[in-house]
Design a protein around this ligand. Structure first.
Ligand code: ADP
Ligand code: ZN
Length: 752
C-alpha cells in the first residue's frame, strides 16, 4: 500500500510513501503522519492511498498521529479548493483547517488520577488512624480525583498508595475534559413564538433544509441554496438561527455558526448553549475561538470530530470544523471584515462557508443588518434567496438619528480648539444622566490623541519604521505606533533643531481624551472606557459589560469593541464622536464601512422600552454614507454605492486581486513591482474586461521598516486569474530580500 502525502514544510508538492504492514489499517485519506524527508522527520497529511507509485525506492511512513484520521475527505477537498482559489500551497491550506492544538503531537486529552473505592461489605483490614480517615472520605464519594481527595483530607499521595496496596481502592488515570465554560450556570431556554416575518424566514430555511441531502423532502440530494437574511438590528435574527439549528438537528444533521471574533462574547455563546442543553434536540455545543488554551481547543475539536457536539459556534476558522453530516452553516454579521484572514491562506470564511455548503449539500444562512454589497448583489441577481426582517421585535422603533455638523458646532463644543462634543450631544448626555438612563459613546480611535504636532513648524511625531503618526497615550505618557508597537517618550518641546517650540500640541482625539473630557464635564457620572488598552485580561471585557448591564456604569466610551451585538435595554443614547474617521481612508469600501459602522452603533440605542436617540457628529454631514445611515435606508445606500462601483469596475461587479511587494530597499521594491506589471501585461494582455492598476506605493507605504508597492487586478473571472497568478508567482525569480503576497478578494487595501 502506498500513501500520497503533503508535507507541512510547504513545498507545493506531494510525495509517495510506503505504508508499513502494521500501520495499514490506520492510514486513510486525512491521516496525519510522520515521515522521513532527507535527513529529517516531518509531519504531513495523507491525501490519497493507492497500490502503486511512479517512483521506486519509496521510504516508509514512520508513525500515524492520533486514533482517528484528522482531516475528513470533505475538509480535504475544501483545503484543495482554497489552495487553488486563494493562490497558496495545499500544505498551507491544510494547516489552517486543523487547529494548531490538533496538529501537534503532544497535545492530547488531559488525564487525571482517579481514586475508586473497591472494598465490599465485610471486615476492613487494619488501618492506621490516618488511613481510616482517608478511607471514610473515599467510601463516601465512591470515586474522586486524587487531587481533590488530597485537598479534602490534607493527606499525601503516599497514604492513598497504602490503601491501594491493601486492595481497598484503585488508582487509575481517567480523561477529564477541559470545558472553557464550566463555570457558567446555563439555564435552558425554549423556542420563542416567532412574529410573522421571522416565521416566514424560518419556514423558507426549513424548506431548504428539507430539500438537502438527509432532509425530509422528496428531492433529497439536490443542492440546497444560500439564504441572505437581511434583518435590522434587534429584528430577532438570532432566534431564527436557533430554530433553524433545531430543525437541522431534528433531521440528524449538525451545524456550524460563525460569528465575528469580537461578538463571540460569553453572552452569545450562552444563548446557543442554553437552547440546546435540554429538550429533544439536546446536544453539546462546542466553541472554537482564539482565546481558548491549546488544550481546551483540542478537547472542543475532538468533541465535534467524535460527533458528540453537533453544533459548533466559533470565529473564522470554525468554518472548517469536522461536522458530519453538515446540515446548516450560519454566518452572522456576514459583512464583517474579520472573516477574512490576513495571512496565507487569505480566505474569507463567509465565502468558504458558501462553497462548503454547496459541496456538502448544506444550507447556508448569511445574516446581517448591513449586508455586504457582494452578498446583497448576489441576492438581487437571484444567486441567493433574500429573506427580510424589516422591523424590530415587538415593534420597537429604530432610534432617531441626528447628524450634527462639527464645523458649525460653535465654540461651546471645543476642548483646547478641538471640537469633541457639540452642544446637542452635551445636552443629550446631560438629560440621560439626569434620567438615570445609560449612554454609549463611540470613537474608532484608541489612545489620547492621534498625533503630536507642532503648530509653528508643522512637525508631526512619526514612527521611524512605519509611515504613520505616533499616537499619544496619556496614561503612560508615551507615544506609541499602532502598527509596529514602537514606543517613545513624549517630548516636552518640538524636537526640530531649528524650532524647539515648547508649545507643541496634540491634534486629533482618541478614546482616552474623550474619557478625560467627559470626566471634567460630568464629574458625578460613572464613566468607563473600553478599548484594547483597558482590556488587559480576558475577564476585563466580561466584567465591564457586566457592570454596565447592572447599571454600575452610566457612560461607556469605546472603540468598535462596543459596536456589535451587545444588547442593553437601558441605553437610550448613543453618541458617535467622529463619524468621518473611517470615511477618509484610501479604500473603495470606505463608504460601505462607514455606513455599516454607523448602523451597527446606532443599533445599540433604544433596545428597551424607551425610544432611543443617536447623535452623529461629523465634519462631512452630507456624505451619502452618513445620510443613508441616518434614514436607516440600506437599499438606498446600496443603489447609489453600486453605481459608483460599476463605474470603476469594483466589486461586486468584478473581483479584485491585490499584489503587494515588500522589502527594505525602496528602489528594489519599486523595480520588482514594475517587472511584475510587465509580466502581468504579457500574460493577461488579451483578457476581456480586465483592469490592471499600479504599481503604486501602498497606502501604508512603510510598515515595520518595509517598503510596500502594490498592484491591483480586477476581473470577473477570478478562478482563471488565480491560476494565472499562481503560475506567475512560480515563474518569478524574486531576489531573496523581496516578498510578493497575493491577496484574492482583499478586504484591507492598506496591504497587510
Ligand atoms: P438580532 O440578532 O436581529 O439583532 P436578536 O435575535 O438578538 O436580534 O433579538 C433581539 C431580542 O428580541 C432578543 O432579546 C430576543 O430574545 C428577542 N426576541 C427575538 N425574537 C423574539 C420573539 N419572536 N418574541 C419575543 N422576543 C423575541
Ligand atoms: Zn511603527
Amino acid at each position: 500500500m502506498i500513501a500520497r502525502v503533503t508535507l507541512e514544510i510547504a513545498l507545493r508538492r506531494e510525495f509517495d510513501y510506503l505504508v508499513p504492514e502494521e500501520l495499514a489499517d490506520r492510514v486513510t485519506v486525512g491521516s496525519r503522519v510522520k515521515v522521513p524527508f532527507g535527513p529529517r522527520q516531518v509531519f504531513g497529511c495523507v491525501t490519497a492511498v493507492g497500490t502503486d507509485s511512479p517512483r521506486a525506492n519509496l521510504r516508509p511512513i514512520l508513525k500515524v498521529i492520533g486514533k482517528q484520521s484528522l482531516v475528513t475527505p470533505k475538509v480535504l477537498a475544501l483545503a484543495r479548493w482554497m489552495a487553488d482559489y486563494y493562490c497558496c500551497s495545499v500544505e498551507t491550506a491544510i494547516k489552517s483547517v486543523l487547529p494548531e492544538a490538533i496538529r501537534r503531537e503532544e497535545d492530547g486529552w488531559r488525564e487525571r488520577l482517579v481514586v475508586t473505592a473497591r472494598a465490599g461489605p465485610g471486615p476492613l483490614p487494619k488501618l492506621t488512624r490516618r488511613q481510616a480517615d482517608v478511607w471514610r472520605v473515599i467510601e463516601e464519594w465512591r470515586e474522586i480525583s486524587l487531587q481533590e481527595l488530597l485537598r479534602l483530607t490534607g493527606t499525601t499521595a503516599e497514604t492513598v498508595r497504602r490503601l491501594e496496596d491493601r486492595g481497598l481502592v484503585t488508582l487509575a488515570p481517567q480523561v477529564s475534559e477541559r470545558d472553557p465554560y464550566a463555570q457558567e450556570a446555563i439555564l435552558p431556554t425554549q423556542a420563542l413564538t416567532l412574529n410573522p416575518e421571522q416565521q416566514r424566514a424560518l419556514d423558507t430555511i426549513r424548506q431548504g433544509l428539507d430539500r438537502g441531502p438527509g432532509g425530509a423532502g422528496t428531492a433529497a440530494g439536490s443542492a440546497a441554496r444560500v439564504f441572505l437574511l437581511h434583518g435590522v438590528t434587534g429584528s430577532g435574527k438570532t432566534e431564527v438561527y436557533l430554530q433553524a439549528l433545531a430543525h437541522a438537528l431534528e433531521s440528524g444533521r449538525g451545524a456550524i455558526v460563525l460569528v465575528p471574533e469580537i461578538s463571540l462574547t460569553p453572552q452569545t455563546v450562552e444563548r446557543f448553549k442554553a437552547r440546546f442543553c435540554a429538550g429533544p434536540v439536546r446536544t453539546l455545543v462546542a466553541v472554537l475561538h482564539s482565546h481558548l488554551s491549546g488544550g481546551e481547543r483540542h478537547d472542543e475539536w475532538h468533541k465535534i470530530r467524535q460527533g458528540r457536539a453537533r453544533i459548533v459556534i466559533g470565529a473564522r476558522s470554525a468554518v472548517f470544523a469536522p461536522v458530519e453530516p453538515l446540515g446548516l452553516i450560519v454566518v452572522d454579521e456576514e459583512h464583517e471584515h474579520s472573516y477574512k484572514q490576513e495571512e496565507a491562506p487569505r480566505y474569507n470564511a463567509r465565502d468558504v462557508a458558501v462553497w462548503r455548503g454547496q459541496r456538502e449539500g448544506a444550507v447556508v444562512v448569511l445574516g446581517s443588518a448591513t449586508p455586504s454589497l457582494e452578498s446583497y448583489h448576489n441576492a438581487q441577481r437571484g444567486k441567493y434567496e433574500l429573506l427580510e426582517l424589516p422591523t424590530r421585535v415587538d415593534d420597537q422603533r429604530l432610534p432617531v438619528v441626528r447628524v450634527v455638523d462639527l464645523c458649525r458646532a460653535g465654540s461651546g463644543g471645543r476642548e483646547h480648539g478641538v471640537p469633541i462634543f457639540s452642544n446637542q450631544l452635551r445636552e443629550a448626555m446631560a438629560l440621560r444622566l439626569e434620567r438615570r438612563e445609560q449612554i454609549i459613546l463611540f470613537l474608532n480611535r484608541r489612545g489620547y490623541s492621534t498625533s503630536l504636532q507642532c503648530p509653528k513648524c508643522g512637525y508631526v511625531a512619526g514612527c521611524p519604521n512605519c509611515s504613520v503618526a505616533l499616537t499619544f497615550h496619556r496614561s503612560r505618557q508615551r507615544l506609541l505606533c499602532h502598527i509596529c508597537g514602537h514606543e517613545t517618550a513624549a517630548p516636552a518641546a518640538c524636537p526640530e533643531p531649528k524650532c524647539r517650540n515648547p508649545a507643541i500640541r496634540y491634534a486629533g482625539v482618541g478614546t482616552q481624551r474623550v474619557e478625560d473630557a467627559l470626566r471634567r464635564l460630568f464629574p458625578k457620572a460613572t464613566i468607563q472606557r473600553m478599548d484594547s488598552d483597558t482590556l488587559r485580561r480576558k475577564e476585563d471585557y466580561r466584567r465591564i459589560l457586566g457592570d454596565f448591564r447592572t447599571g454600575k456604569i452610566d457612560l461607556l466610551v469605546g472603540t468598535q469593541m462596543i459596536a456589535k451585538g451587545l444588547h442593553f435595554p437601558n441605553v437610550t443614547l448613543v453618541g458617535i464622536v467622529y463619524a468621518d474617521l473611517s470615511l477618509h481612508v484610501p479604500d473603495f469600501r470606505a463608504g460601505e464601512r462607514t455606513f455599516q459602522l454607523l448602523t451597527q452603533v446606532a443599533g445599540r440605542a433604544g433596545r428597551g422600552d424607551v425610544e432611543g436617540e443617536v447623535v452623529v457628529q461629523s465634519f462631512t454631514p452630507y456624505h451619502p454614507a452618513i445620510q443613508y445611515a441616518r434614514r436607516h435606508d440600506f437599499v438606498g445606500f446600496y443603489q447609489q454605492e453600486l453605481e459608483m462601483r460599476a463605474e470603476l469596475q469594483y466589486p461586486p461587479l468584478s473581483r479584485v486581486a491585490l499584489l503587494v511587494l515588500r522589502g527594505r530597499n525602496e528602489d528594489k521594491v519599486k523595480f520588482a513591482a514594475e517587472h511584475v506589471r510587465k509580466e502581468l501585461d504579457r500574460r493577461l494582455g488579451g483578457w476581456p474586461g480586465l483592469v490592471l492598476a499600479g504599481p503604486a506605493p501602498a497606502p501604508l507605504f512603510r510598515a515595520q521598516s518595509f517598503y510596500r508597492y502594490h498592484l491591483m487586478v480586477r476581473t470577473r473571472q477570478m478562478t482563471k486569474l488565480s491560476r494565472a497568478l499562481a503560475e506567475l508567482e512560480a515563474a518569478l525569480r524574486l531576489p531573496e530580500d523581496l516578498r510578493l503576497t497575493i491577496d484574492i478578494d482583499p478586504m484591507n487595501l492598506w496591504g497587510s
